[in-house]
Design a protein around this ligand. Structure first.
Ligand SMILES: Cc1cc2nc3c(=O)[nH]c(=O)nc-3n(C[C@H](O)[C@H](O)[C@H](O)COP(=O)(O)OP(=O)(O)OC[C@H]3O[C@@H](n4cnc5c(N)ncnc54)[C@H](O)[C@@H]3O)c2cc1C
Length: 390
């Protein structure tokens, strides 16, 4: 369809929203981004961007900027929690050279997307909290301050508590997975290598990897527990609680946790994938459509893939409705598979019964020694999927 001048509103200036703005603008759409916050900022935390996400940034001309701010990942290591002994290693060096995997600070990724958005002349309107989305021939976003934004196409990239999702699907309460994640960054005083280390303990695990040219180490620490915890980016906790929960971890973990002076805690909830992704010129993407647990490190990457496919599907289709149907058809099965894989992953890291745990770790060790490439090829369906290729 002709996208030249198509008046489009994108709700949310997160990773999904900014990427969608760029993907639609390059097809000719006239894009405005509506963001509730007073500035486009991000919390101090890391993200793993696997090659399937890098493919989208490359197609948008942003890989060089990403590489300057990020650390190129060499491997993912699974380690036993007690003394940090290596269980197995997924060597990313087996990937073709052009398939790069990066660790990046969320703020750096948001900065480079926001800079690209500004460069291309996309309008960003801050302090625009959307309360309601009305699908229709001319869909409208209603702001909390009473203002309205009308467009030909409205995209909800407004995250976990999306108003656009609610307009298309109503609200369904998510359920608490009985897992919480603490997130922190600390100075890299121990020379953490350019790998993601998963330190696996009974009912808990800690993921560590370097950021910003190796100056920082990102920490995500997950615990299974019954006590409810709130979901959100900005809920601070006392670092002493984090240290207490992981006090029996060895290897590099105690030294890293000792340095934590600010930490945020996030209750992990399972949200169903939205059944309806589009209706009457309104569509949703990223966490708004399919929030995923962090155990495959694919939430932001899926949002970027969505954004690309959305632009592609609209450009190829005769009209908006068939473009949006094509978008959901091309994305739904893949994101459901990723969401399911992420949901299953935590229990693998958290095995607690000693014989089961020992056997599983032995299996991983043997698998890694006998068939190291096989350890990586099990993720081919995720990493080798390039939405920009067609
Ligand atoms: C512990 C943890 C670790 C993770 N690690 C990884 C990882 O390594 N790799 C990876 O790919 N993913 C990871 N993720 C997932 C990833 O963070 C999310 O999937 C991703 O941020 C989703 O992007 P989004 O743009 O859809 O939503 P968000 O990032 O939530 O952005 C939504 C935007 O919309 C704005 N907004 C919200 N409501 C409104 C409104 N009503 N009006 C206007 N604006 C609004 C918000 O202010 C925000 O700017 C992790 C998640 C967690 C919890």
């Amino acid at each position: 369809m002709e996208m030249m001048g198509l008046k489009t509103g994108v709700i949310g200036a997160g990773i999904g929203g900014l990427t969608a703005a760029l993907c639609l603008q390059r097809r000719g759409a006239l894009v405005t981004v509506l963001e509730q916050a007073e500035d486009i900022t991000e919390v101090g935390a890391g993200l793993q961007i696997s090659p399937n996400g890098v493919a989208v940034l490359r197609a948008l001309g942003l890989e060089t900027a990403l590489a300057q701010k990020a650390v190129r990942a060499r491997a993912v290591e699974l380690r036993d929690y007690a003394v940090g002994r290596l269980v197995t290693r997924v060597d990313l060096g087996h990937l073709p050279e052009e398939m790069r995997y990066y660790f990046v600070h969320r703020a750096d990724l948001i900065d480079l997307l926001a800079e690209a958005v500004r460069r291309t002349g996309i309008r960003v309107r801050l302090l625009q909290k959307v309360e309601d989305v009305l699908p229709g021939e001319k869909p409208v976003a209603r702001m909390a301050n009473g203002a309205e934004f009308g467009a030909k196409l409205l995209l909800g990239a407004d995250g976990l508590h999306s108003r656009a999702r609610a307009a298309l699907n109503g609200t369904v309460a998510p359920f608490f997975t009985r897992q919480v994640a603490w997130r922190a960054t600390v100075p890299n005083t121990s020379g953490h290598p350019d790998v993601a280390q998963v330190h696996m303990g009974p009912h808990r695990h800690v993921v560590t990897y370097p950021l910003r040219g190796g100056a920082l180490v990102n920490i995500v620490a997950v615990q299974e527990r019954a006590a409810w915890a709130e979901e959100g980016w900005h809920i601070a906790d006392d670092p002493a609680n984090l240290r207490a929960v992981f006090a029996d971890f060895g290897g590099i973990v105690p030294d890293l946790l000792k340095q934590v002076d600010t930490v945020r805690r996030w209750g992990l909830f399972r949200h169903p994938v939205a059944p309806v992704w589009h209706k009457a010129n309104v569509a949703i993407l990223g966490d708004a459509a399919h929030p995923t647990l962090p155990f495959m490190a694919q939430g932001a990457v899926m949002a970027m893939e969505d954004a690309w496919v959305l632009g592609d599907a609209l450009a190829e289709a005769p009209d908006t409705e068939s473009g949006l149907s094509g978008y959901q058809a091309r994305r739904e099965e893949r994101v459901k598979r990723v969401v399911a894989a992420a949901s299953k992953n935590a229990w693998k890291y958290h095995l607690s019964v000693p014989p089961v745990r020992a056997l599983a770790h032995l299996g991983l060790r043997i698998g890694g020694a006998v068939a190291p490439k096989r350890m990586l090829s099990q993720f081919d369906w995720i990493y080798r999927h390039d939405v920009t290729a067609g």
